[in-house]
Write a protein that binds this ligand. Structure first.
Ligand SMILES: [Zn+2]
Length: 547
C-alpha cells in the first residue's frame, strides 16, 4: 500500500511538526495546563501562541536535518525516541537532559527490565511504531537538489518567523512560565533530547582533556604504635535512592529503622541528618563522592583523576568493591571488583536482581584473596547497594520484612495509591535497616581480627509523587530537596574508637551540622589515619570528635 498524499517533503515535515508539537509533546502539555496562569481568552491565546512557538522551533529543526534519502529514517528515530521520552516523562515526572541521557546510556538491562509495563508498550506502539509505519509508507516525489534546498530554506524561514511572532504575541505569560517553571523547557520533545545529546557530545571538545591525574603519591598510613593492635577495617556501604527523611532515626514518623534505633539508643551509631548529595543520580553522584574535588570543582573538572580508594591501595591496604547494582561508575577501575549480577541464590536472588545481603555472602573468601601484607595494614570494603532503587520498590524487600501493607506492586507508579507507593518505598528502608544490621553483626563477629568501622552514605534521594514528580535525576538546581538530602550513618567498634581516639557519642552532638558528599573523601581518609596533601581537615567530619 502506498499513500499518494502528501507527496512533497515539506508536507511531510508539516504533518510531523503538527503531530510532534501536539501529541508527541504530551508531557509538555500536561505540565503546561497545570501552570496555565489565566483563565478565559488570555489563556486560550497563550496556549495557541505556545503551540506555535513549539511548532515553529520543531519545524525549523526539521528543515535542517530532513533531506532526501535520510528523511524517513530520521523521522522514525525521532518518533521512537519521542514515544519513549513521552512515556517516561509523563509516568515518572522526569525531564530529559544531559544527565538523564547519561543515566540511560549507563543503565543495565536488568534495571531497564524493571521499567517495562503494558502502558509503556502501548505508548511505544501508538506514538512510535504506528506513525513510523505511516511515514515509511509515504511516497515522496523526486526533486532536484536545488528544489530541495530551496524548499528547506523556505520551511526554515517560515518556521522561525512563526516561532518569533508567537513569542512576541504571548511574551509576558511565556517568559513568566519559563522563569517560574524552569524544568518545563526540558519537556519540549524532541528538542530536549537533541540539546542533551549535543551537550554530551560537544562538551568534551571544549574542555581541555589533560591526562588522567594520579593523586596521593605522598600518602602514608599512620599505624597504631603497639605491635598487638588490630588492623583497621572500614566497610563503606554506598546506598541507593535513600531519602534521609524516611529513616525513623532521622525523624520519620513510621518505624522504618528498628535495628538502627537500637544501636542509636545504645550509642553505638551516629546519624548525620543534614547531608546533601553531589548529584541527583547514581551516574553523577558516585564519581563525585569518591573524588578529591568538591561538587563545584568536580563539575568543572578538566580531567578525571584517581579517588580515595586508590590512596588506600597506595598505602598498602587491601581494597575490594562489591557491586549489587549497575556498576561502580569507574570508581573501582583499579581495585578487585565482584559483581553479583550473575549470582543465583534461592533466597536472595528471586526477582531478577539480588537483595543486598548477597554482598556479605562469601565475603571472608574475598578478603582471604588479598595478600597477608595488605590484611596486616588494613582493609576497605565497598558494598554498592541496590538499596531502594525504583520504580519497582516492592522488589527491594523480602516478604518477611514487608511491614507496611498494602504496597504498590507495579512500576507504573501513578497507578498506585500514594500510600501504597510510600509503603513499598518504606519497606525498602526497613530492608536497608536490616542490611546495615547484618553488616554490623558480620563485623562484630570478626572483631578479634580487625578494628571495625562501618560508614553508610546514600548517593541521592527520591521523589515519591510529591508535585507529581517520581524517581530522581532532575537537574540539581530545580530538583526538590527529597532527591538531594541523604542519610549518613557511622558505626565504630569500641576497639576502633580506642585506636583512633574518636568518640562515637561526640558524633551525635554534631549530627545536625550541614554536610555534603564533599566531606566523604576527607572523612574516610581521616578515619583510616592516612596523611596526604590531598586531605583537608575541615572537611573531615570525624576529626572534630578525635582526640
Ligand atoms: Zn543512585
Amino acid at each position: 500500500m502506498k499513500f499518494t498524499f502528501p507527496t512533497t517533503r515539506w508536507m511531510l515535515i508539516l504533518l510531523m511538526t503538527l503531530f510532534i508539537s501536539s501529541v508527541g509533546n504530551w508531557a509538555f502539555w500536561s505540565d503546561f495546563f497545570k501552570f496555565l496562569p489565566n483563565s478565559g481568552l488570555r489563556s486560550i491565546a497563550f496556549t495557541v501562541g505556545t503551540f506555535f512557538v513549539i511548532a515553529g522551533l520543531i519545524g525549523s529543526f526539521f528543515s535542517l536535518v530532513i533531506w532526501p534519502k535520510i528523511d524517513k529514517i530520521i523521522f522514525i528515530i525521532l518518533l521512537i525516541s519521542t514515544a519513549l521520552g513521552c512515556y517516561f516523562m509523563v509516568t515518572y515526572g522526569i525531564v530529559i537532559d544531559e544527565d538523564m541521557l547519561t543515566n540511560v546510556f549507563q543503565t543495565d538491562i536488568k534495571e531497564s527490565h524493571d521499567l517495562l509495563s503494558w502502558k509503556l508498550i502501548t505508548t511505544f506502539f501508538l506514538l512510535g511504531v504506528l506513525p513510523s509505519f505511516l511515514v515509511w509508507k509515504f511516497k515522496l516525489t523526486q526533486k532536484s537538489v536545488l528544489q530541495n534546498v530551496t524548499e528547506n530554506i523556505i520551511v526554515f524561514i517560515t518556521s522561525i518567523l512563526i516561532a518569533l511572532l508567537s513569542v512576541f504575541a504571548v511574551y509576558q505569560d511565556f517568559a513568566s512560565l519559563m522563569r517560574n517553571q524552569p524544568h518545563i523547557r526540558f519537556l519540549i520533545t524532541p528538542l530536549n533530547t537533541i540539546y542533551g545529546l549535543g551537550q554530551l557530545s560537544f562538551k568534551p571538545l571544549f574542555t581541555i582533556k589533560k591526562p588522567f591525574q594520579t593523586i596521593g603519591q605522598d600518602a602514608v598510613l599512620i599505624q597504631p604504635n603497639s605491635n598487638n593492635k588490630l588492623p583497621p577495617m572500614l566497610v563503606l556501604v554506598i546506598g541507593e535512592t535513600a531519602r534521609s527523611g524516611n529513616l525513623e532515626i532521622n525523624g520519620y514518623t513510621k518505624p522504618t529503622t528498628p535495628h538502627l534505633r537500637n544501636y542509636f539508643n545504645q550509642q553505638e551509631i551516629s546519624s548525620f541528618k543534614n547531608v546533601w548529595s553531589c548529584g541527583t543520580s547514581t551516574a553523577t553522584s558516585l564519581p563525585c563522592m569518591f573524588s578529591p574535588l568538591g561538587k563545584e570543582e568536580f563539575e568543572n573538572r578538566k580531567n578525571d583523576s584517581e579517588n580515595f580508594l586508590d590512596i588506600f591501595t597506595k598505602v598498602g591496604m587491601g581494597v575490594i568493591w562489591i557491586d549489587n547494582q549497575s556498576g561502580c561508575k569507574k570508581n573501582c577501575a583499579r581495585i578487585p571488583t565482584y559483581e553479583t549480577a550473575d549470582l543465583k541464590d534461592e533466597q536472595l536472588c528471586t526477582t531478577g536482581t539480588c537483595l543486598d545481603e548477597i554482598m556479605l555472602k562469601d565475603l571472608d573468601k574475598k578478603i582471604n584473596l588479598l595478600s597477608a601484607v595488605q590484611r596486616e595494614k588494613g582493609i576497605v570494603i565497598v558494598l554498592h547497594q541496590m538499596g531502594s532503587h525504583g520504580p519497582a520498590y516492592y522488589k527491594r524487600s523480602p516478604n518477611t520484612l514487608k511491614q507496611f501493607l498494602p504496597e504498590c506492586t507495579t512500576n507504573v507508579l501513578q497507578e498506585c495509591k500514594k500510600q501504597e507507593l510510600i509503603n513499598a518505598y518504606d519497606n525498602s528502608i526497613i530492608y536497608l535497616d536490616h542490611f546495615l544490621h547484618q553488616t554490623i553483626e558480620w563485623q562484630k563477629a570478626r572483631k578479634d581480627q580487625y578494628a571495625m568501622s562501618m560508614v553508610y552514605l546514600s548517593d541521592h534521594g527520591e521523589s515519591l509523587g510529591e508535585n507529581n514528580i517520581y524517581l530522581h535525576g532532575l537537574p540539581y538546581a530545580i530538583a526538590p530537596s527529597v532527591q538531594k538530602k541523604v542519610p549518613w550513618i557511622t558505626w565504630l567498634a569500641p576497639e576502633f574508637q580506642k585506636q583512633r581516639g574518636i568518640d562515637q557519642k561526640c558524633l551525635n552532638k554534631i549530627s545536625d551540622q550541614k554536610l555534603s558528599h564533599d566531606h566523604l573523601f576527607h572523612s574516610v581518609l581521616g578515619l583510616m589515619n592516612i596523611q596526604t596533601k590531598e586531605y583537608q581537615k575541615p572537611l573531615d567530619i570525624y576529626s572534630s570528635c578525635a582526640k
